[in-house]
Ligand binder design. Sequence first.
Ligand SMILES: NC(=O)c1ccc[n+]([C@@H]2O[C@H](COP(=O)([O-])OP(=O)(O)OC[C@H]3O[C@@H](n4cnc5c(N)ncnc54)[C@H](OP(=O)(O)O)[C@@H]3O)[C@@H](O)[C@H]2O)c1
Length: 363
Amino acid sequence: MTSPAEHMNEALTLAKKGLLTTRPNPMVGCVITHKNKVIGRGWHKHSGGNHAEVNAIQDVVNNLGQEAESVLKESEMFVTLEPCSTTGKTPPCSEAIKQSGIKRVYIASEDSSQDGFSKKEKDIEIIEGLLRDEARELNRGFFSRIEKKRPFITAKMAIGLDGGIALNTGKSQWITSESSRKDVHKLRAMNEAILTGTGTVKIDNPSLTSRNSGLPEDEVQQPLRVVIDRNKHLTGKENIFSSQAKTLIFSSETSRIQNENSEVFQRSKEDLESLESLMEFLAKEKSINTVLVEAGSVLFDSFVNEQLIDELVLYQAPKILGQDRKTFSKLNETNQKLSTIGFDIKSITTLDKDKKIILKPKY
Ligand SMILES: NC(=O)c1ccc[n+]([C@@H]2O[C@H](COP(=O)([O-])OP(=O)(O)OC[C@H]3O[C@@H](n4cnc5c(N)ncnc54)[C@H](OP(=O)(O)O)[C@@H]3O)[C@@H](O)[C@H]2O)c1
């Protein structure tokens, strides 16, 4: 006999199909069972399209035809996120569920942007919290935007064994293996924005697009490239203005950038000093759920100082960059108070000769 957790796990697997397409909406999956047998499946593909619950109910109708109406009344639904109860781009799922007559609904994670399906719907038995942690992890960007009012922020660094991220000479060379670099392109595709510093733009001139990630090319949406240009370093001709993706620049004064792929937002000096306020802007005005920081130590340290990094992804190559290296953080030198920041290791995997280490800061 399949357990409720196994059905919810299948719903989570369905939700993941929307990994690259649902943004800024959350990924949601749904399974409907009758006498413990799955009779319908659904997932949310893109904003404006049917929600997972409606697709699953439709799937039951497609599978069972005229029988569907009576069978649904004896059925259970497993949905990874609290059903919506307000009219957005589509009608509320709560209505579709009520009309279907489904008797019991398992919900993995609640959604504070909705008005409480479980508290309102007295005629349906509702069980909340089944695989809640897994469901919250899946949509950690969405939950961060809704609850913390800022995106989930991941910082990525490619480092050698001595913490070197580049050479002081500015001479560029790949630190990590091809497998790690491919993984970075995947990481870019999975984030909605990439933020870098003017230091990195000046030295490396990266284009910061996702290429050959191994993910379905037709689903990859290029992340928005974001740079904070406090001192008008940028001209609009750098590779981050290439036509493959959009670019957003935060600037203090009238910018000299003229580029059709970019938007320049003028912010006050105080706002430009506060990364938190810029992150809030991205969440509120651009509905950005996830940001990947790919900068050097100067900007990285500022993010750490403001305790804004939610996850750190290190790609460590078996190399020593030596005396001429730039290290990935200079916090020890610049901020005594924060000189010992601990991390929980979430995972360590091997990519060719490199190690990929995922860490969560303990602020
Ligand atoms: N190995 C890797 O994974 C990796 C990744 C990225 C970069 N890098 C390397 O890192 C080096 C560049 O690093 P970097 O540290 O010099 O530059 P950076 O961190 O990329 O950019 C720093 C600049 O960003 C601007 N900025 C805007 N807002 C800021 C804020 N709130 N806090 C701090 N800075 C802010 C500052 O310029 P203004 O003061 O003029 O505004 C600052 O000088 C390059 O050699 C590059 O190769 C390595």
